[in-house]
Design a protein around this ligand. Structure first.
Ligand code: HEM
Length: 417
């Protein structure tokens, strides 16, 4: 059965280009969400799925890890690309996101301590230094830059690569491979290849080569970095499998920066249109924390994850059969007007900004959320304190991807105080 909204919802959720115009996206998706909570879709080339659009339903599914499993295919993708990956013999995704039950719990335990609020807090001084080095970079650029490309992206990349133990000389490679993984359909990230499925496979192959060398090195020469913890990790007391180890590295190396970079750049883009809110951040650290949460609610850079029903059930009255799958639509849930007052207004004082669903929920709740919040908060408050003025000097551009996407170019002109 198809609903009247199916064609529009399918276009919005499964076409990479639809994510390049977020004003249109939110306007159309808002109309659908207010009308129907769940839409069954079967876009050409994809297996069918139910798009879950409202806050309460996304949150309830996130909380029930017995009824809803993640499985190996937790991200929407073309069947042809999936088949090509299976046929290639490359290790299929086994990141934390793709694991369930005890397996997931034991693997998450391996790196968990590094991401706890107390551990992340200890890194604040270093996050401040890295933020300052990129603010200095803005000064060097002489009053004009692409904030997304020149500042947000390298800043968030450096923070995570430093704890990971990847030298800064390898950062361009990490960036290229991440964009191949998350934004494979964006023409700007495709290079000469021209086929998103191939870009994705090339990225996986290069990651394998890179991280195999890291494993050998960290097993022979353990260091005090996160790569050493993963190389020698023993989930449930047993050595980690090769596929799980590889994908552990990959999720930290990828999820750790593109997401946060899009949250920061998209937050700055919103603040440029709400200048009074930007200047209110000067000297008010607690407001900067709410502003960071609001930026992450507003941008929702992870566009979805999938869940699979372990038995016949229903979502908001719509029957979902055993083995069928739902798409948790975070950007839509974050604009649900039954939870967020005037959800399409950016508000650094939003009283319930901390109810955002951008980090998911339940057992898979984003491992790196504390880093993301601190990085964005730190950059916003330091920028507000030092800048005298900042203006957008050209159109912002969003990347084309229905998995992880956001502002990839944000031309600005500015003066320091
Ligand atoms: C604004 C930035 C970020 C956003 C919006 C974001 C979003 C998400 C979402 C939606 C999930 C899945 C949650 C679920 O299924 O319930 C997730 C999981 C995860 N994130 Fe993030 N993330 C961000 C930053 C980070 C950072 C900085 C790291 C650091 C390495 C990170 C590492 C992870 C990992 C390892 C998982 C898997 C957790 C699990 O399945 O147990 N993320 N993230």
């Amino acid at each position: 059965m198809t609903t009247p909204h199916a064609a529009t919802a399918a276009e919005l959720l499964s076409t990479p280009e639809a994510w390049a115009d977020m004003v249109r996206w939110h306007q159309l998706m808002g109309e659908i969400r207010r009308d129907v909570p769940v839409v069954r879709l079967e876009p050409e080339g994809f297996l069918p799925f139910y798009a879950v659009l409202r806050y309460a339903d996304v949150a309830a599914i996130e909380r029930d890890a017995d009824l809803w499993l993640n499985t190996t295919f937790s991200v929407l993708g073309l069947e042809a690309d999936k088949q090509r990956l299976i046929d290639s013999g490359l290790p299929l995704p086994r990141t934390l996101v793709h694991l369930d039950g005890v397996d997931h719990r034991d693997h998450r335990q391996v790196a968990n301590d590094w991401f706890k609020p107390g551990s992340v807090k200890k890194r604040q001084a270093r996050i401040d230094e890295i933020a300052d080095s990129y603010i200095d970079r803005m000064r060097e650029l002489g009053g004009e830059c692409d904030f997304a490309r020149d500042i947000a992206q390298p800043f968030t990349l450096r923070v995570i690569m430093e704890i990971f133990g990847v030298p800064d000389s390898d950062e361009p490679l990490m960036l290229e491979l991440t964009q191949g993984m998350f934004g494979a359909a964006d023409p700007e990230f495709m290079g000469d290849v021209g086929d998103p499925g191939e870009v994705l496979m090339n990225s996986i192959m290069k990651f394998i080569e890179y991280f195999n060398a890291i494993t050998t090195d960290r097993q022979q020469n353990p260091s005090d970095d996160l790569a050493t913890v993963i190389a020698n990790g023993e989930p449930g007391g047993c050595p980690m499998g090769d596929a799980e180890r590889l994908w552990y590295y990959i999720i930290i190396a990828t999820a750790g920066h593109d997401t946060t970079s899009y949250g920061l750049a998209g937050g700055v883009e919103a603040l440029l249109h709400n200048q009074d809110q930007l200047w209110d951040l000067r000297g008010d650290d607690s407001l900067a924390e709410t502003a960071a949460l609001e930026a992450i609610r507003w941008t929702a850079p992870v566009r979805h994850f999938m869940r699979y029903a372990t038995r016949d059930t229903e979502v908001a009255g719509v029957p979902v059969g055993e083995g069928e799958r739902v798409l948790l639509c975070y950007p839509s849930a974050n604009r649900d007007e039954t939870v967020f007052d005037e959800p399409d207004r950016f508000d650094v004082r939003r009283p319930n900004a901390d109810r955002l669903l951008s980090f998911g929920g339940g057992t898979h709740y984003c491992l790196g959320s504390q880093f993301a919040r601190r990085e964005i908060r730190t950059m916003l408050s330091r920028l507000a304190a030092r800048l005298e003025s900042i203006e957008q000097s050209g159109p912002a551009e969003w990347s084309h991807s229905y998995f992880v996407s956001g502002v990839k170019h944000l031309p600005v002109t500015y003066r320091f105080r």
